[in-house]
Design a protein around this ligand. Structure first.
Ligand code: NAD
Ligand code: TYD
Length: 338
């Protein structure tokens, strides 16, 4: 089988490529990535010489490039991870989110329609459902929860999902969609909460917590997400949406305190900063469908996964120190005025 994985130089796509190249030596994995600020080929070092792996640099919204690539490669499967993925960046610059997340997705769908495809899989997010109240722990997102987005990021992801479903209904394209909760683990870019806290705490730097730190996220270890996507692509039903999550709800403050405790750093590093505009209160996934239909179960709890993640950041300082020494520093100063 020939699989085009888009966004394979990013956090989740990178973890997926490492997993799939190793697990399926008989499959050809083509990693298509534009190498934006979030793409890093260092992540792919362990597989770069494998015969079933190939990297192609390109933009999913570049129609001519994508059509030429599909004509040449004739992929059996496309798994679309490529996206602009950071909510804070979407608040300062929504346009690039529309281009990559919406136009990029429809360009891939058009190429699939033109050249034929066995399965197009869209990697989506729980953020398309909006947020849940803090005082109703009984409420969870299911696949039938209406889309109700808050940020330019989640709006662009929801638009992409609607196009994927429209191409199934209108053109019969064999698609699937997964919507996952917040991921964490190795190769996570240090602008996101967990790697930001680990990297700054290790440098004894202040840790910016939005508002009162009471917002809740449902955390899933990245390889559990990768295995769920693999199952959906190979065994999931066409035209279906699958929610992915492991019932690991934590407030942001709990996450920060846990990391500081494990690293032996003081809570005085925490700095409460102005809240994110439109900040979603709580995300929480109901994964009953993927569990009962496909037998998926996460292998990590937050408690085991966060220890493994911290160990990885301690053992791979070069990977993240290279990132935070460059352009990222300008972003950080502008975003937090710190
Ligand atoms: P990321 O920002 O770490 O990686 C995105 C990758 O896409 C980068 O390698 C980047 O270079 C590439 N890319 C960006 N624009 C491109 C373009 N126009 N053409 C080709 N490549 C392009 O993101 P991530 O956290 O790994 O997220 C991957 C996917 O998973 C996204 O679609 C995101 O919406 C979804 N998702 C993320 C989370 C999470 O917690 N991070 C949770 C659920 C779903
Ligand atoms: P983030 O990692 O950006 O993921 P998302 O917004 O997509 O869920 O943020 C996770 C939570 O952490 C979110 O509620 C915002 C909060 N947060 C902070 O409190 N401080 C920060 O510096 C960042 C980046 C996030």
């Amino acid at each position: 089988m020939k699989i085009i994985v888009t966004g394979g130089a990013g956090f989740i796509g990178g973890n997926f490529v490492l997993y799939a190249v190793d697990k399926y030596p008989q499959d050809q994995i083509i990693n298509l990535d534009a190498l934006t600020y979030a793409g890093n080929l260092e992540t792919l070092k362990p597989v770069e010489d494998k015969p079933n792996y190939k990297f192609v640099k390109g933009d999913i919204a570049d129609r001519e490039f994508i059509f030429n690539l599909f004509e040449e490669e004739k992929p059996d499967v496309v798994i679309n991870f490529a996206a602009e993925s950071h909510v804070d960046r979407s608040i300062t610059d929504p346009g690039i989110f529309v281009r990559t997340n919406v136009v990029g997705t429809t360009t891939l769908l058009d190429a699939c329609r033109t050249f034929g495809i066995g399965r197009y899989h869209q990697v989506s997010t729980d953020e398309v459902y909006g947020d849940l109240p803090l005082d109703r722990p009984d409420l969870l997102f299911t696949e039938t929860t209406p889309l109700h987005t808050s940020s330019p990021y989640s709006s662009a992801k929801a638009s992409a999902d609607l196009f994927v479903q429209a191409y199934h209904r209108t053109y019969g394209l064999p698609v699937s969609i997964s919507r996952c909760s917040n991921n964490y683990g190795p190769y996570h870019f240090p602008e996101k909460l967990i790697p930001l806290v680990i990297s700054r705490a290790l440098n004894d730097e202040e840790i910016p917590v939005y508002g009162k730190g009471e917002n809740v996220r449902d955390w899933l270890y990245v390889t559990d997400h990768c295995k769920a996507i693999d199952l959906i692509v190979r065994k999931g039903r066409e035209g279906e949406v699958y929610n992915i999550g492991g019932h690991n709800e934590k407030t942001n403050l709990e996450v920060v305190q846990t990391i500081l405790r494990i690293l032996g750093k003081p809570e005085s590093l925490i700095k409460y900063v102005t809240d994110r505009p439109g900040h979603d209160l709580r995300y929480a996934m109901d994964p009953t469908k993927i569990t009962t239909e496909l037998g998926w179960q996460p292998e990590h709890t937050f408690e085991t996964g966060i220890k493994d993640t911290i160990d990885w950041y301690l053992n791979n300082k070069e990977w993240w120190q290279n990132i935070i020494s460059g352009e990222y520093q300008n972003y950080f100063t502008k975003q937090y005025k710190m």
